[in-house]
Design a protein around this ligand. Structure first.
Ligand code: RP5
Length: 173
């Protein structure tokens, strides 16, 4: 029983989209992942999303590049939240993907993250799921506390040793 469905427009999107899987696994969220294209497999893609709408999936995350219509097609069939990940493209560096995903017509929203920001897409899905799941909310707060702690430690180190030594240490890592 999957809570999140991840769709990739191509297997070439996997090196970026694997970050969604990693963050969902970190939070023990069940997911399913499929390569389905809005343009190359239109029938299978729409049927898959229509079937999803009858099941347990709460959030769809769709990553695609170029003329990236996958997230939009998902949002056309699925009444739950859809998050789009614009994948960096060769010719236009992902600006085409970003604009294709973000500029949805009124009535068919897609929550769009940054270019290649697959980790944020996963975290956004977790934030959505956490509204109805107290344990997940606690885990999410712990994650955010750890994140803050790391930045504060870096700040302390920078103030202590100064920027030149700090940079030197960064380069040595
Ligand atoms: C999009 O075209 C895919 O999402 C991918 O980002 C891009 C290139 O696909 P491939 O030619 O690598 O399969 O539909």
């Amino acid at each position: 029983m999957s809570k999140v469905a991840i769709l990739l427009g191509s297997d070439s999107d996997l090196p970026v989209m694997k970050e969604v899987c990693e963050v969902l696994e970190q939070f023990n969220i069940s997911y399913e992942i499929n390569v389905l294209s809005a343009h190359r497999t239109p029938k299978e893609t729409s049927q898959y999303v229509i079937d999803l709408a009858k099941g347990e999936v709460d959030v769809i995350i769709a990553g695609a590049g170029g003329a990236a219509h996958l997230a939009g097609v998902c949002a056309a069939y699925f009444s739950g939240p859809v998050i789009g990940v614009p994948i960096e493209s060769k010719s236009l560096k992902g600006l085409d993907s970003l604009l294709s995903i973000v500029q949805m017509p009124p009535g068919v929203p897609v929550a769009t993250v940054g270019i290649n920001a697959a980790k944020n897409a996963g975290l956004l899905a977790i934030k959505i799921l956490a509204r109805g799941n107290k344990n997940l909310g606690v885990k999410l707060n712990e994650y955010m506390t750890q994140q803050s702690k790391k930045v504060l430690e870096k700040n302390e180190r920078l103030r202590k040793i100064g920027y030149k030594k700090y940079l030197q240490e960064m380069n040595e890592k």
